[in-house]
Every structure is written in C-alpha cells, then in structure tokens.
Write a protein that binds this ligand. Sequence first.
Ligand SMILES: [Zn+2]
Length: 526
Amino acid sequence: MIKNRAVLYLRLSKEDADKVSKGDDSASIKNQRLLLTDYALAHQYQVVGVYSDDDESGLYDDRPGFEQMMTDAQLDAYDIIIAKTQSRFSRNMEHIERYLHHDLPNLGIRFIGVVDGVDTDNEENKKSRQINGLVNEWYCEDLSKNIRSSFRAKMKDGQFLGASCPYGYRKDPKNHNHLIIDEYAANVVRRIYNLYLSGYGKAKIGAVLSAEGILIPTLYKREVLGEKYHNAKELDTTKTWSYQTIHTILNNETYLGHLIQNRVNTLSYKDKKKKKLPKEQWIVVKNTHSPIIEPEMFEMAQKLQKTRTRNVGAMEGNGIFSGLIYCADCKHAMSRKYARHGKQGFIGYLCRTYKTQGKQFCSSHSIDLSDLEEAVLCSIRLEARKILTQGDIDELKGLKVYHESKNYYAMQLELIEKQLKKMETFKRKTYDNYMEDFITREEYVTYVSGYDREMQDLQQQKSAIYSQTDMQKELACQYDAWIKAFQDSMQMEALTREAVLELIDKIEVNGDGSITIYYRFRNPYA
Ligand SMILES: [Zn+2]
C-alpha cells in the first residue's frame, strides 16, 4: 500500500502576524496553504485534510486544530503531516519528543517540514530536529523574558498595565497606562467601605448591593464600560455580589491611589496559568492616581477585619471554631486538645467538664480538628443544596407571584423615571424657547407649571411604589443574604473563620463524635 495520504498543518506565528499587519501577507495562512499544497502536488501526495490554528506562540496546548489532527492520527486518517517548519508544528521541546519521536512514528505517520527540511523518515535527521526544538524553545523563553523585563520596567515607572481596570477606575482616554476615577463605580466602592465600617458583614453587604440590582464588577465592566473582560472564576450565571468580591474590594490598596502590580505571573512562556507571586515581588508605586478611599477609612477597614476575625476567643493556631463549640451533653464550651508530642500543637477539642472534673461528670466528647472541619464543610454544603432545592420548589409553588410583582414594580419605576426625565427635558426646552423669544412669558409659566404638576404626580407614584415594595424588599433582602451566604459557602474550598461566624451560631459535639450545627440563618420556609 502506498502511504501518501497527507494533511497540511497551518499556523500563524507571532512574526507572521507582524508581517501581515505591515501589509506583507506572504506569511499568511493563505500563503502557507499554497506553499504546502504546491509541495504536496510536486511530491504526489494526496491532500486529505487541512488543520489550522491561529495561536501565535506555538507553545500552548489549547490548539484545537492541532488537537483534532492528533485525534485523527489515532484514527488512521492520514500518513503524512506537512507543515512549513517544525516550529509551526510546535515550539515545545516536550511536544517534539512526544509527537515527532514517539506518537507519530508509532502510528506510522511521517512529518515533513517544507522549509527547514525536517523529515521524520530520515533517521539522521533526528539530532537536528532535537536541536531545532531546543533553539525554538530558547527563542520563546528569551522572547517572554524580554517582554517580562520591559513590563517590569513600566510597572516600576507607575504605569498601569492591566488589561482590565480595578473596579472604580477606568483607563484615562489620553493615557491608557493611567487610571482615572469612574464616578459611578467609585461610589459603590465608597458605599462598601461605609457599610462595612457601620457594622455590616461582607456577605450582607453583597446581599444589599445585589438586592438593589447593582451590577457586579465583571458585568459592569462588560456591559457599561464595554471591556472584553472575563473573569475565569466567575460563572456566567453569577449576577450577585459574593463575599469574596467584597473582601477583595475592602483590601485593595489601589483605592488609596497606589498601583500594586506584578501580583500574578501571567507571562510564563509555557502555560497560561496564572501564578500568584510572593508579596516581595509585587511592584508597588505610590500615588499614581486619584484615591477613592481615604487612608484613615482604609486603615479602619483593615483593623476591623482583624478584630472581627479575632474577637471571639483567642486565635491560637487554628481558631476557626473558637467560641462556637460546645459539649452536647453538659452544654459547656469545649477545651482545646493538644498533641503530646511533635510540633502539631492544637489538634482538636474535648469536653471541658470531662477535662477538669473527670469522667464521672461527662465523657470526653473528643473530636479532631480535621474531622470537625470536614464535617462542618460537608454540612454547610448539604444545607446549601437543601435550601437551593427548597427554593426552587417554592418558586414553583407561590413565590413566583412575588418575583413577578417585583418585576412589575421595577418596570413601573423605570417607566416613571423615563417620564420624569422627559418632563425635565421639556422644561429645559421650554426655557430655551422662552429665552429665544419663541414663546411668551405667560406661555412659559403655563407650560412649566403643567410639567411640574405632572412631575409631582410621578413623584407620588414613585413613593407609593417604594412603600409597597419596602416590606417585600426587606424580606427579599434577608432571604437573599441568607441564600447568598450559603451559595458562597458552596463554592468554598476550605472553611474560614469569617464564613463560619457568618453562618453558624454554635456547634455541639455529641458523645459519639458526631456534631449538631446550629445555623444562624432561619429557614424562612421551615
Ligand atoms: Zn460535656
């Protein structure tokens, strides 16, 4: 059998893209295709497929065309891969070894690089293929090193280099490396600090903002600022303010007017995964832009966060449950249990009565910290799931009516607002007409008082709607806060002191080591 079924692999590289944008499209995908087709014809290969990717670096693994080609290789769809050069195939040394020297030969597939003369059928060619691969990898390493060092220099110069601005700021249209205040979002930020300093918890603040329909930063950036911003952590369906978002905002020094950059390393030349950098490597430049939060206010928020996490019981070792954990039988607060040997120290809890008065008064009720954590996390997730399903059922049963009326009121308010704006415009136009002598003073007064009357009516309607919705809103707010706290905790990977405080009133440990959790939130449906 003649093995002459060939596929072409095309990839636009960074250098090509530069050339093409300068008007020289000799390197374009179209021309690569022509070149490879020519070659195939001249060698009497039958072209059975074309795969292409526009990944520019040749290093990332998410090249759909490449992947497809490799899948098809397994299906015996072709015998030869033709590419412009080996580096089009991959610049990654690991790839070269894995595919060119292992997978493809095992499948009996040959690789040909038209321009660099690479041919896997040629055994003597192997050394030069490896050298090629290495050189290509060095090239990428150098390239990204250069980019990184020029990035760092700019960061040290106080230039903002992020793709997306911190919420509350936008890019200065005159200088894209400078931040200016975005008044709307900045007000939301100020409000978050105010709410926090007046005693609201982070989840609660989230619930307040969500209930008011304030867009979360991701959506705001996308829909209002028109940024092509995508937060990978955010589910597409997330529309409510999370505990984490509020937490981040309360701790972001950007709001003091300082730029903190180089917090994550995104320029690793081999993969796109972001790596958090240690604090020493952060590049901080002070007073690069206008502050949104006063330093005193920021400091207070920091202090408050520390005390709020500390105030119930001392924070020795892992104090997540301090002050919340009780013996189910004697109802006393439990004592910490320490390891006798080793550096582990605090390892769990046991009944204080048992510890201080002996087993004739209560049994040990001993529980290990790790077991406790796991059980609590499990229970929270379970509870969250129950609530969400219960919520769904209730929505079907009757709550729908409430949601519909909420929508109705919202629509009503929107209409009234529009009407009010229209009246304002009319008033302004009437005034202009009067100033331009198009209408008389009498006409002007008549028109304007008519508009004013109408506006008064509208204002009255507005407050009527508000008082009608107030009750419902408060209920909705409580409900949302409660749902939200659980939703947050569903996504939680590990327990935090704050989350535990926000969700749980107390935990009782039973004699058999099982636990009973008393949640702070009352199920409104129970
Ligand atoms: Zn006890």
